[in-house]
Write a protein that binds this ligand. Structure first.
Ligand SMILES: CCCCCCCC/C=C\CCCCCCCCCCC/C=C/C(=O)SCCNC(=O)CCNC(=O)[C@H](O)C(C)(C)COP(=O)(O)OP(=O)(O)OC[C@H]1O[C@@H](n2cnc3c(N)ncnc32)[C@H](O)[C@@H]1OP(=O)(O)O
Ligand SMILES: Cc1cc2nc3c(=O)[nH]c(=O)nc-3n(C[C@H](O)[C@H](O)[C@H](O)COP(=O)(O)OP(=O)(O)OC[C@H]3O[C@@H](n4cnc5c(N)ncnc54)[C@H](O)[C@@H]3O)c2cc1C
Length: 676
């Protein structure tokens, strides 16, 4: 990060904002990103990327047609990975990897996305030693391109009903892969359509006439030389999508396609040559690649929200429209209280999500180490934390980006703002790696050792609780919330409030479930009739984690220059949640009407405090113009002249007269004239 973000020629309003900030941006950036050394490395990586001619992103991606975009993203992906090890520590996916990728690939996936984000971790963690020796080299050297093919036309969520079969034939020691129906067609896998010649294929395993559920296989799909699909394989691109159109998400069918026995991942489950099935230590170890992406995408999502709010705050600082006091001149739109309420909570959310991303990364790494030793103890906790965070974070990120777009008025709707790209990329996270509602139900059902299981064990006095769940066993306070005013409220009080709301809803949902079990004939029907309340319980449980984790993380900061900023943002995060969460905080009179009114007053006072530092705070997220790719969010604030330049480079303006005019409009006008 540079010493100062102020330069000659910058927009005067944005310069004034930076001069008036009460803290040094570098300090906050260091805290946010985990230390000065990490910020220094970010700058080093950025400079190296800028110096490398092959990593120049000269084509404005938003003007490209689908095939051109796919090709340009493939070019970038190859260049990115050609020079990666000269620039970054390739083993640090959660840190340097994700940052490096965002500098080059922008908000899109590409031909190698799944190769790195799912296949590499799956091979590292699920292949046996012999398979690792055989597969890891080609994966790293990129002599093959691979993807993760699980979802089918008929089933994405309910993996037990996937229809692709892998039937073992002991005579030839092969599996026969087959797509028995149309709905068995694999559908969605990134980079499957045209790029990949290998895929991890999830298929229902049958050996010696017995079914063993879905298992992963590493399957060659296309010829290594000609890249033509192999006989028995039908593969192609599924067509344009809401976003990520640089990626060739694909379809895939097998027609009695034979693959060798050792293409089944064999570190956990095994099929012996005679067809004997050896089960894994934990039934869901084969789902590890999904857990990796759910874990890493929390950081990715927070960075998407962070870039949206950086753009919106910078633009709001240079945009002047309307007067607050008549005849005193037009104000920066950032001065409107309503604008602040739209924007500043998104700053807090970005930080809360980022700090949660650090926690889930640590847990992921601990679980990976444990699994290497054959210990699956922490796996359910990771499944719960990553599923719950994935759900809440991707949803609130999508909502937050949309608020940022709306807050930028008409210019927010233009691709020049970058919001359409950011939104359409980020919102995919609500669906992929487990549809959000389904993941919330997982949190309720199984995760965190199972909220539902926890309640029954707490009541039975047999609960074994983890750090993430121990609050659930605490007694609900009979007194009111301790909140009196924003100045006096402590982190502990705010955490207690969220835990109160979560506990209240968890027990409410549990009791409803038990009641429904008496009303409906099966536990599954009762579960379905309690689904909405269970999802609410999971959401509040995750929110309580986010608040607790935010303040725990910030408690490490003793710097008097930036600590007040972090406290203000933390309080805003919590109070905005309480104010918007209404009913859960007022149940049993925990918050009175007067307290709620004081919460709102607290929010207004925080908005006022944050306002003078808003530009500097988003500067501390340390996004370069290269990453933001937004005319509205330019560091220098020179928006208007660059909007005009951006429009002028639009291919439609290459000639004065369009083909639409020549082919359709002109003949119509000529005919119109002849009728006069
Ligand atoms: C040098 C190199 C340079 C490289 C430079 C580049 C670097 C790039 C770096 C970083 C890139 C990062 C980019 C950011 C991220 C963007 C990438 C985006 C890619 C997106 C691709 C998308 C892929 C996909 O979508 S793949 C398909 C995903 N599909 C799903 O998620 C399906 C959802 N369904 C399920 O997961 C499950 O079926 C279920 C959980 C809904 C239900 O499962 P079921 O089998 O029915 O089980 P159930 O009976 O409910 O539960 C039984 C018990 O099992 C437990 N359990 C379930 N799942 C798991 C699990 N995964 N792990 C552990 N335990 C699990 C469950 O809790 C139950 O437990 P219990 O104890 O018995 O109660
Ligand atoms: C951008 C993108 C990239 C993707 N990349 C890949 C990839 O690389 N590889 C891959 O294999 N897949 C990929 N997918 C597929 C993705 O993982 C699935 O779409 C996702 O898991 C959701 O499954 P589904 O489509 O079957 O949704 P459905 O399960 O059909 O969901 C539809 C609705 O039904 C509800 N629903 C379903 N089941 C339940 C339930 N039990 N209880 C309550 N409600 C329920 C959901 O909440 C949702 O509202 C990708 C998808 C997208 C959008």
């Amino acid at each position: 990060m540079e010493d100062t973000l102020i330069r000659e020629g910058d927009n005067l309003d944005i310069t004034k904002e930076r001069r008036n900030a009460t803290f040094r941006v570098k300090k906050l950036a260091a805290f946010i990103h985990g230390g000065e050394e990490i910020v220094r490395r970010r700058k080093e990586i950025y400079d190296a990327v800028e110096r490398e001619p092959r990593l120049k992103n000269s084509v404005p991606i938003e003007f490209l047609a689908r095939e051109e975009r796919h090709e340009e993203q493939a070019r970038r992906a190859v260049a990115m990975t050609d020079v990666a090890t000269d620039i970054i520590d390739g083993s640090d996916m959660f840190g340097e990897g994700i940052y490096y990728q965002s500098l080059i690939m922008g908000r899109d996936l590409h031909s190698l996305s799944l190769h790195y984000s799912m296949v590499l971790p799956a091979i590292q963690n699920q292949a046996d030693d012999e398979q690792l020796d055989e597969w890891l080299g080609p994966i790293i050297s990129r002599s093959l391109i691979s993807t993760y093919a699980q979802t089918e036309l008929g089933h994405g969520t309910n993996l037990s009903k996937l229809e692709t079969t892998a039937t073992y034939d002991p005579k030839t020691q092969e599996f026969i892969l087959h797509s028995p129906t149309i709905t068995a067609t694999k559908w969605w896998p990134g980079a499957l359509g045209k790029s990949s010649n290998y895929a991890i294929v999830m298929a229902q395993l049958y050996t010696n006439g017995k079914w063993h559920g879905p298992h992963p296989f590493f399957v060659q799909l296309r010829d290594a030389e000609t890249h033509m699909p192999l006989k028995g394989v039908t593969v192609g691109d599924i067509g344009p999508k809401l976003g990520i159109n640089g990626s060739d998400n694909g379809f895939l069918r097998f027609n009695n396609f034979r693959i060798p026995r050792k293409t089944m991942f064999m570190k956990n489950a095994k099929v012996l040559p005679d067809g004997t099935y050896v089960p894994p230590k934990h039934a869901k170890l084969g789902f590890g690649a999904m857990v990796f992406v759910r874990s890493i995408m929390i950081k990715d999502q927070s960075m998407q929200l962070g870039s949206a709010i950086t753009i919106a705050v910078r633009y709001s600082a240079i945009r002047r429209q309307g007067e607050i006091v008549p005849n005193s001149g037009e104000v920066q739109i950032l001065d409107y209280q309503t604008q602040q309420l739209r924007l500043f909570p998104q700053i807090s959310r970005t930080l809360a999500f980022l700090f949660a991303a650090y926690e889930v990364k640590d847990l992921y790494l601990r679980v990976t180490t444990q699994l290497q030793e054959g210990n699956t103890e922490l796996l359910p906790e990771l499944h719960g934390l990553s599923s719950g965070l994935k759900s809440v974070v991707s949803w609130e990120t999508a909502q937050g980006i949309e608020q940022c777009r709306l807050a930028c008025g008409g210019h927010g709707y233009s691709q020049a703002s970058a919001f359409p790209e950011i939104y359409s990329y980020a919102v995919g996270g609500c669906t992929y790696e487990g549809e959000n509602i389904v993941m919330l139900l997982q949190v309720a059902r199984q995760a965190f050792l199972g909220l539902v299981k926890i309640v029954s064990s707490i009541r039975a006095g047999t609960a074994k609780l983890s750090l993430l769940t121990s609050y659930i066993a605490e007694k609900q306070p009979k007194t009111r919330s301790k909140f009196t005013c924003v100045e006096n409220v402590s982190a502990e009080d705010l955490i207690a409030d969220f835990e109160y709301a979560a506990r209240e809803q968890i027990f409410y949902a549990y009791d409803l479930l038990k009641k429904n079990e008496t009303l409906y004939s099966t536990p599954e029907e009762a579960w379905n009739k309690t689904g909405i309340e269970l999802c609410k319980a999971s959401r509040l449980h995750v929110k309580a984690f986010l608040v607790r984790n935010y303040f725990n993380y910030v408690s490490k900061c003793n710097d008097s220059e930036i600590r007040p900023i972090l406290d203000q943002l933390g309080k805003l995060y919590a109070l905005d949640g309480i104010s918007g969460g209404g009913v859960w905080f007022t149940r049993r009179g925990y918050y009175s009407d007067d307290q709620m009114a004081t919460v709102r007053q607290g929010i207004y006072s925080l908005l006022e405090k944050i306002r003078p530092n808003a530009v500097a705070i988003v500067d501390a997220f340390d996004f370069s113009d290269r990453e933001l790719q937004s005319v509205l969010g330019r560091r220098d604030g020179n928006v208007y002249e660059n909007l005009l330049k951006w429009a002028q480079q639009n291919p439609m303006n290459r000639s004065e007269i369009s083909t639409a005019y020549i082919k359709h409009l002109k003949p119509m006008m000529t005919e119109g004239k002849s009728k006069l």
